[in-house]
Design a protein around this ligand. Structure first.
Ligand SMILES: Cc1ncc(COP(=O)(O)O)c(C=O)c1O
Length: 386
């Protein structure tokens, strides 16, 4: 299987698994205990906190471990809602559903800033939206298209008005360098499984001095900011993944990712007609390729590619048995036909150039086959999703 679905999740790196195993097997003591086994677990968690902090450009005391990206985003938005003055929340139209669904439940109105055809925030509209706003939450990079937002500029504009800023950095972290303090944000959400760590563990960066209310109440773990017995093995794994990705980024992994993605994309564009690359090409994560194939249902392509041993995702969301354009594609003004014909390929540091070329060949074959079938009057291909 050639795994090109790294925006959905990534394989655990060998050194991450090695770091976790002792804590799954023997390190079961509750880190809040007072005996030496508990203290050993506590020390491992604090070591992981330092690793994650160094990776994110934060201080260790600014890192709160959570149960993943969704929890981090929900905690950040609820805390902003509870601690900000009067006014609306300002988010983008292309946030992940973790932010969108949570925003619907807040006490205050939340206004969505539109994006342009390339999937980037309309900065004039953002500036207008700042008027009367109480807080800002904009993702660093989009999970579907990989388009990167100008977070430094966004944070500077919001901070000039004294507004707190959260960024959902789940997709960006691990793929491009990320410096929470340097970017000027107050809160940032990350998730370990997007950068070769385990699932079900994440972190929330909370800049020192930021007004904060916990979402989960209980035993007061994480300095009262996230109750619940810590997932020692998961946190150790996140720390190890952060350390590994920090080293890889320093040695040029973003350039290597871009080389894989670009080799794949160029070969597909060269070999297959009627392909559109979606998203602003100058501001894309180096690993993401979001492509539309004229005359092909993404659902059919996914099946053919799966059979050929390629794992990727539809660029549209699969709901009620039908692929509908996602809110991201709608916000970018992509028409329904093009949206329904789009696939997302996400490369990771564990992919090879051989895989990139082999995948391009499989894509060509799948597209040709589907166009033949659909052109023969047999179609449309029906796919039922679960
Ligand atoms: C941008 C973004 N935010 C949040 C999440 C949720 O993260 P998790 O899967 O760790 O809950 C995801 C996961 O796909 C994501 O892509």
């Amino acid at each position: 299987m050639i795994f090109l679905d790294a925006n959905a999740s990534t394989p655990i790196r060998a050194e991450v698994l090695d770091a976790m195993l002792p804590w799954l097997r023997d390190g079961y003591a509750n880190p809040s205990g007072s005996h030496s086994e508990a203290k050993r677990a506590r020390a491992a968690i604090e070591n992981a906190r330092a690793q994650v902090a160094a990776f994110l450009g934060a201080l260790p005391e600014e890192i709160v471990f959570t149960g993943g990206g969704t929890e981090s985003v929900n905690t950040a938005l609820r805390s902003l809602d509870g601690n900000s003055g009067a006014g609306h929340g300002l988010i983008s139209a292309i946030e992940h559903s973790a932010a969108l669904r949570c925003a619907e439940t807040l006490q205050r109105e939340v206004i969505m800033v539109p994006v342009n055809a390339g999937g980037r925030i309309e900065m004039d509209r953002f500036a207008e939206g700042l008027e009367g706003a109480a807080f800002v939450s904009i993702m660093t990079a989009n999970n579907e298209t990989g388009v990167i937002q100008p977070i430094r500029e966004i944070a500077a504009m919001a901070k000039a008005l004294g507004l707190p800023v959260h960024t959902d950095a789940v997709q960006a972290v691990g793929k491009i360098p990320f410096d929470a303090r340097g970017l000027g944000v107050d809160l940032a959400s990350v998730s370990a499984h997007k950068f070769h760590g385990p699932k079900g563990v994440g972190a929330l960066f909370v800049r020192c001095g930021t007004a904060f209310s916990p979402m989960l109440l209980g035993g007061g773990q994480e300095s009262g900011r996230r109750s619940g017995t810590e997932n020692t093995a998961g946190i150790v794994g996140m720390g190890a993944a952060a350390a590994a990705m920090g080293r890889l980024l320093e040695s040029g992994s973003a350039t290597q990712l871009a080389a894989l993605r670009d080799a794949f994309e160029s070969k597909v564009l060269e070999e297959v007609s009627g392909v559109t690359v979606n998203g602003d090409l100058r501001h894309r994560l180096p690993n993401t390729s979001h492509l539309s194939f004229d005359g092909c249902e993404a659902a059919g392509l996914l099946i053919l590619l799966d059979e050929a041993g390629i794992a990727c995702s539809a660029g549209s969301s699969c709901m009620s048995g039908k692929h509908r354009p996602s809110h991201v594609q709608v916000a970018m003004g992509i028409d329904e036909t093009r949206a329904r014909s789009s696939l997302r390929f996400g490369f990771s540091t564990l992919n090879t150039m051989g895989e990139a070329y082999a995948a391009a060949v499989m894509v060509k074959r799948a597209v040709e086959k589907l166009r033949r079938v659909q052109g023969s009057g047999v179609g449309p291909v029906q796919v039922y999703c679960t």
